[in-house]
Design a protein around this ligand. Structure first.
Ligand SMILES: *Cc1c(COP(=O)(O)O)cnc(C)c1O
Length: 253
C-alpha cells in the first residue's frame, strides 16, 4: 500500500476518495471472510467508520462512497462536524468516554452512545435526550453499555473505560426505565496486552445474560481495525473501524 498523505495536504480530491474506496473495500472483504469463517454470512455486522481526528471533508467523501454510520470520541469535535455535515443525514455514534456535562450537546446530534458506563451518565442522557425529543422531535438514543473486560483493572493504567461486568444489570435497568433511551446492548474495547479472542468471548457471555433479561438488547459493539476478525467470531453486530479505513490518525499533542 502506498504512503498515506495526511489530511489537508492538498492531495487531489479524487486521489483521496479513491484511496478511501479502496480501503473500505479491503475492510469489507475482511468482514465477509471473517463472517464466512464464523458461519454467519447472512448476518454481517454493521460498519461504523470512526472518523476522529480526520477532517469533515473526509466524512463527506465517505458519505459519497455509501458510508452512513460514523463514530467520534470527543464531543467538541463531533458536534462541530455534525453541524458542518448536517446536509448528509449521517448516523452519528458517540464512542468515547463521556462526561455527564456533555450529555446535552451529544443529545443534539448522536443517534447512539456506545460508552454508557455509569448510572449518573444514564440519568444525564435521559434528561438531555428527553428535552430534545420534546423540542426537536428526535428519536430515543440507542445506548450500548460499555463493559471493562480487563480482569486486572487497577491503577496500572491498562483500564480502557467501561463498567465492571457486575454493574451491567443496574445500568441496564436504569436505561430501560427511560422513555428517551433505548437499550441496544453492550460494547467493549479489547484490553491491551492480551489476545482479543478471550476478551470478546467474555463479552459474548455478558451480552447473552443481558439479552436474557432484555430480549431486544442483542447488539454487541466490538471490533476495531486490529481485531475485527476476533470480534466477528464472537458475535459482534457493530464494528468500529478507524485507522484501517482513514489511515493513521495525526499525532495528538
Ligand atoms: C478510535 C476508536 C476506534 C477505532 O480504532 P481503530 O484502531 O483506529 O480502528 C474504535 N473504538 C473506539 C472506542 C475508539 O476510540
Amino acid at each position: 500500500m502506498t504512503e498515506l498523505s495526511a489530511p489537508g495536504q492538498g492531495q487531489g480530491e479524487d486521489t483521496r476518495t479513491a484511496e478511501l474506496a479502496q480501503r473500505i473495500s479491503a475492510v469489507r472483504s475482511r468482514i465477509v471472510k471473517a463472517a464466512d469463517r464464523a458461519g454467519r454470512s447472512d448476518r454481517l455486522p454493521a460498519l461504523i467508520v470512526v472518523t476522529k481526528f480526520h477532517p469533515a471533508e473526509d466524512i463527506r467523501r465517505l458519505a459519497a462512497l455509501g458510508i452512513k454510520d460514523v463514530g467520534e470520541n470527543r464531543d467538541q469535535e463531533a458536534a462541530a462536524k455534525a453541524l458542518e455535515l448536517a446536509d448528509l443525514a449521517l448516523t452519528w455514534h458517540f464512542v468515547g468516554q463521556l462526561q455527564t456535562k456533555k450529555a446535552k450537546s451529544v443529545a443534539r446530534y448522536a443517534s447512539a452512545v456506545h460508552s454508557v458506563d455509569r448510572t449518573p451518565l444514564v440519568d444525564a442522557l435521559a434528561k438531555a435526550v428527553g428535552n430534545e425529543m420534546e423540542s426537536s422531535g428526535r428519536a430515543p438514543l440507542d445506548c450500548f453499555i460499555q463493559v471493562n473486560l480487563d480482569d486486572q483493572t487497577d491503577d496500572a493504567g491498562t483500564h480502557r473505560g467501561g463498567a465492571a461486568p457486575t454493574d451491567v444489570p443496574v445500568i441496564a435497568e436504569r436505561i430501560a426505565a427511560s422513555k428517551a433511551l433505548s437499550l441496544a446492548g453492550v460494547m467493549a474495547v479489547a484490553p491491551l496486552g492480551m489476545p482479543p479472542e478471550p476478551a470478546f468471548q467474555k463479552l459474548a457471555g455478558i451480552s447473552a445474560r443481558l439479552a436474557a433479561a432484555y430480549p431486544a438488547a442483542t447488539a454487541i459493539s466490538a471490533g476495531m481495525s486490529q481485531d475485527l476478525e476476533a470480534a466477528i467470531k464472537f458475535g459482534a453486530t457493530h464494528l468500529r473501524i478507524g485507522s484501517d479505513i482513514l489511515g493513521s490518525r495525526p499525532a495528538v499533542g
